[in-house]
Design a protein around this ligand. Structure first.
Ligand code: IMP
Ligand code: MG
Length: 175
């Protein structure tokens, strides 16, 4: 069966939500500077749009983690494929993710990053699949809680495809 994409969250809804998150973060970090950490590759579209909606000074860094799993399931064994360029020492950090699924990737990563002495560290995710959680993770900012379906778009891929879709869609016709 061929893959088809059904729209789950429209481009307008995503844009509006990112504006709201940007406004909330700007308010909560008034008088401070935020250091956004993008988890590559999926977080990149969301982080760029979010950064544009934050009105306090923003700096950014990028990290890539690979989890040893198949296309649709993370294993919990995580490798840092690209580390941050800058220190986190004394910074007000927000980790920006595309989606929290089992929570394995982020629970591991937040432990690693916390050891680098940021002044504060929060987690912001565009999407959350709470029904899938295996490892508890404290999520501070959530765009949309979604049902347990495999989604693509806005940075999220299926076999590296569909990251560039400007909306969130559900892939039908896989597995
Ligand atoms: P976790 O460790 O299970 O929370 O996995 C999180 C990572 O799995 C995300 O950063 C995505 O890269 C990937 N992932 C989880 N669910 C989806 C999905 O529905 N579509 C695309 N990628 C997903
Ligand atoms: Mg990801």
């Amino acid at each position: 069966m061929a893959e088809t994409i059904n729209v789950l969250v429209s481009e307008e809804e995503v844009d509006q939500k990112i504006r709201e998150l940007g406004a909330q973060i700007s308010k909560e970090y008034a008088g401070k500077q935020v250091h956004l950490i993008c988890i590559l590759k999926g977080g990149v579209f969301f982080m760029c749009e979010l950064a544009k909606r934050i009105t306090v000074p923003v700096t950014m860094d990028f990290m890539k983690v690979s989890s040893y799993g198949d296309a649709t399931e993370s294993s919990g064994v995580i490798r840092i494929a690209k580390d941050l360029d800058e220190t986190l020492e004394g910074k007000d950090v927000i980790v920006v993710e595309d989606i929290i699924d089992s929570g394995r990737t982020l629970s591991y990563l937040l432990d690693v990053l916390a050891k680098r002495n940021p002044a504060s560290m929060k987690l912001c995710t565009l999407l959350d699949k709470p029904d899938r959680r295996v490892k508890e993770v404290k999520v501070d900012y959530v765009g949309f809680a979604i049902p347990d379906e495999f989604v693509v778009g806005y940075g999220l891929d299926y076999a590296q495809k569909y990251r560039n879709l400007p909306y969130i869609g559900v892939v039908k016709g896989i597995d």
